[in-house]
Ligand binder design. Sequence first.
Ligand code: NAP
Length: 291
Amino acid sequence: MISIMNALFMMDIMNKNLKACTMPARLRRQTMTSPSTALITGASSGIGATYADRLARRGHDLVLVARDQARMEALATRLRREANVAVDILPADLTVSADLARVEARLREDRRIGLLVNNAGAAAHGSFSEPDLDALEQLIRLNVTALTRLAGAAVPQFLAKGEGAIINLTSVVALAPEFPLGIYAATKAFVLTFSQSLQTELGPRGVYVQAVLPAATRTELWERSGRDVDSLQGVMEVGEMVDAALVGFDRRELVTLPSLPDAGQWETLNAARLAMLPNFGQTHAAARYRA
Ligand code: NAP
């Protein structure tokens, strides 16, 4: 038997989540009418550079983070001219502790920052049958450790202000370990679960966390991980993906799947998961495991 407290806790979570996936009205009212500064990681190309473009056009000042300073400077120059916003560049390799610490410090200390786009990421090379463990560790450092530490640096000042938002870039492969992408899928599953956990904890305190799950999107990620994007079917252009994700952001969706035609499929999966929660805590093993 589960305890009453356990049951109440589970029911509370279910009530908060079953309608899936949008935030309470108080948070929905936090629109982007008075834009804060947005710090975007992985802003030198692809999805991150596109978020930079769109957020600048919404009036956000920006802090761009990635390794390639020249590309960020070119983007910053264009956005200052076209969107008339302030753009700072913070070159950093997020797998290097000292660089990561500088970005964390910026998030902790710059109270103008109200939006973190946790986007920097890479895909894995190869399968796990002949693993390059050092390369896999680097991937985990970037996709998991850096993303987590940056969220951890931003949250205290967001909570102090009573508002703030984090966009975490995960992937549909978080839901599809069958796709042959090795531990990449596992890193993205971490980001999805981490985002959902933050939503439960921080949503009621004014911090909005969106998990974005793109499917294949035309960016350099594929070439960087040794794959040809043109060999894939159903590839979305990056501008369309980010624009759709921002529609989800404006609606205060918790989980945004830009390419999924029927949102009801996600809601069904989420409802099935939530229905299990009250049944997990038992003092005895399930009957099928008892001799
Ligand atoms: P991308 O064009 O390769 O962009 C990756 C960005 O991350 C670049 O700006 C890169 O900049 C930066 N980055 C890579 N390693 C870094 C490091 N060590 N330190 C700091 N920055 C680093 O790929 P993308 O598709 O836009 O990827 C963005 C996010 O979307 C990733 O998290 C990815 O997993 C996710 N996603 C992509 C797809 C897709 O099909 N494209 C699908 C689902 C999810 P520098 O090289 O200048 O450092």
